[in-house]
Write a protein that binds this ligand. Structure first.
Ligand code: HEM
Length: 196
C-alpha cells in the first residue's frame, strides 16, 4: 500500500506543478533511455525487494550526503548549520520516492510530480514545503552527478532477497534507466527557455 500522511508529499493533488510535457514526449524519452515494459516489470520486482529495506537504503544515501560538506550544505542554513528537521522531513519523502519509482504508473500524474520534485531542487520551490531556512538552490551538476551514487549503492540491496543474478541485473538496469529519465525531466527548470 502507498504510504500516506507524509508531510509535504502532495503526489496526485492540486498543489502539484504541471509537467511541461505529456505522455507522447515521455514515450520518446523512455525510448531514448531504452526503457521498456520489461523494465516496468523489473521495477515492480524491485519494489517488493526494497519495500522493507527503504530505511537501510536511506541510511546509506544520507550517510553519503553527511560525509560531504558541499552536499550537506543544501540541507543547512546559509551559514552552514545542518537543519535536522529539514533532513528528517525530506527523508520521508525520499523513501516514498523509492517506492514510487518502482510502483507508480508513469502517467501524467507522475510526470506532474516529477516537475514538482524538480522545482523543489530550485529557487522556485526549495525550502517552501518544509519552511526550511536553507540555501535556495541545488546546482544541476550535483543533481545529475547524484545519479551514480543513487544507482550504484542500490545494487547490494537488490541482491539481498535471493534473486538470480539475471534478475538482480534486470532490476538494477531498470532502476538506472528510470533515475536517468527522471533527472532528465528534473533538468527542465534549470535550462534556458526553448533549449530543453
Ligand atoms: C528533495 C531525490 C539530488 C538535496 C528530494 C526529494 C527526492 C529527491 C525524492 C523529495 C521530493 C518530494 O518533496 O516529494 C533526489 C534524486 C537526486 C537528487 C533522485 C539525484 C539523482 C539531490 C542533490 C542534493 C539534493 C545532489 C544536494 C544535496 C535535496 C534537498 C531536498 C531534496 C535539500 C529538499 C527540497 C525541498 O526543500 O523541498 N530529492 N535528489 N538532492 N533533495 Fe534531492
Amino acid at each position: 500500500a502507498t504510504k500516506t500522511l507524509i508531510p509535504g508529499y502532495t503526489y496526485g493533488t492540486e498543489q502539484v506543478a504541471k509537467s511541461p510535457i505529456g505522455l507522447e514526449d515521455l514515450n520518446k524519452l523512455k525510448t531514448t533511455v531504452m526503457f521498456t515494459s520489461a523494465d516496468e516489470e523489473a521495477l515492480r520486482m524491485a519494489g517488493d525487494v526494497l519495500e522493507d529495506q527503504v530505511e537501510d537504503v536511506l541510511d546509506v544515501w544520507y550517510g553519503f550526503v553527511a560525509d560531504h560538506p558541499h552536499l550537506l550544505a543544501y540541507f543547512s542554513t546559509p551559514d552552514g548549520h545542518p537543519i535536522q528537521e529539514y533532513l528528517d522531513r525530506v527523508r520521508e519523502r525520499f523513501g516514498q520516492w523509492i517506492l514510487d519509482t518502482c510502483r507508480r504508473p508513469y502517467n501524467q500524474e507522475w510526470l506532474d510530480y516529477q516537475q514538482e520534485i524538480a522545482l523543489r531542487h530550485t529557487p522556485e520551490k526549495k525550502n517552501v514545503t518544509d519552511n526550511a531556512n536553507s540555501v535556495d538552490n541545488i546546482p544541476l551538476r550535483y543533481v545529475i552527478a547524484f545519479i551514480y551514487p543513487v544507482t550504484a549503492t542500490l545494487r547490494p540491496f537488490l541482491a539481498k532477497k535471493g534473486h538470480s543474478a539475471d534478475q538482480v541485473e534486470a532490476m538494477y538496469q531498470a532502476w538506472f534507466k528510470s533515475v536517468t529519465m527522471q533527472i532528465a525531466l528534473w533538468s527542465q527548470p534549470y535550462t534556458r527557455d526553448g533549449y530543453w
